[in-house]
Design a protein around this ligand. Structure first.
Ligand code: DX5
Ligand code: ZN
Length: 223
């Protein structure tokens, strides 16, 4: 499967958002990773509905909406998303996962489940046939700039094996957290194919954004 970059909007300069969105698109970034944090599931608040609505309406890149919120089925309808977009809800956050996935699917978006580093992969097995993507968190969600959790590469490989064994080869495998120029090729080798690019790679003030994207594309290119 091709590898894609999903650029993390929370790592972009909020005063130059529009300029950066065009740089991302013009340099081959596939998705805009939009982190939504509710201050409960994670100890941080991030990206409200008006900002995300404006980004959706600008229609520069498909969204990769990552909802780090308790009971996502209660808030999914607040968000602007549609056919081209990916929408992830956390397996830890709801007893109504079927409903949450259906709410995503019926708006034409691709349903995905995200899983924290400490949550066993077994918890997503019942929902796999309904997913277009599985998001393996490689840091504890909540903050940019962390170090990759120790077990991440093994977990990515295990997730890829699980999908292959079940014949679910259409499900993409995204990784989020510390996807650095050094870690991303190892994540790729372990089976990841969508990479959240944040402060560890493309959003680094010491080089231009376009240069970071070019370098990142190089390190995750197909093996
Ligand atoms: C958490 C976020 C962060 C971040 C990724 O959900 O998605 O992981 O934006 O960027 P870095 O490269 O700072 O880990
Ligand atoms: Zn994220």
């Amino acid at each position: 499967m091709n590898s894609d970059i999903s650029a993390s909007i929370m790592c972009a300069d909020p005063l130059h958002m529009e300029r950066d969105l065009y740089i991302l698109r013009d340099n081959g970034v596939a998705y805009l990773h939009c982190d939504v944090m509710d201050g409960h599931f994670v100890p941080n608040l991030m990206l409200g509905t008006p900002t995300l609505k404006a980004v959706k309406q600008a229609d520069i890149l498909p969204l990769d909406l990552h909802l780090m919120v308790e009971e996502p089925e209660k808030v999914l309808d607040w968000f602007a998303f549609g056919e081209k977009d990916l929408v992830s809800v956390h397996v830890e956050t709801t007893k109504n996962m079927e409903m949450a996935l259906e709410m995503i699917r019926r708006r034409g978006a691709t349903p995905a489940i995200a899983i924290n580093p400490t949550t066993p992969l077994e918890s997503v097995i019942p929902f796999l046939p309904e997913l277009g993507m599985l998001l393996v968190m490689t840091v504890q969600p909540g903050f940019a700039g962390q170090t990759m959790s120790p077990d991440s590469l093994r977990k990515i490989a295990e997730a890829r094996r699980m999908l292959d064994e079940k014949g679910l080869t259409n499900i993409r495998l995204e990784v989020d957290g510390n996807c650095s120029f050094e870690n991303a090729p190892k994540m790729r080798a372990a089976g990841a194919d969508v990479f959240v690019a944040g402060t560890s790679s493309i959003f680094n003030p010491s080089f231009p954004l376009a240069e970071g994207i070019r370098r990142f594309r190089q390190v995750i290119k197909n093996a």
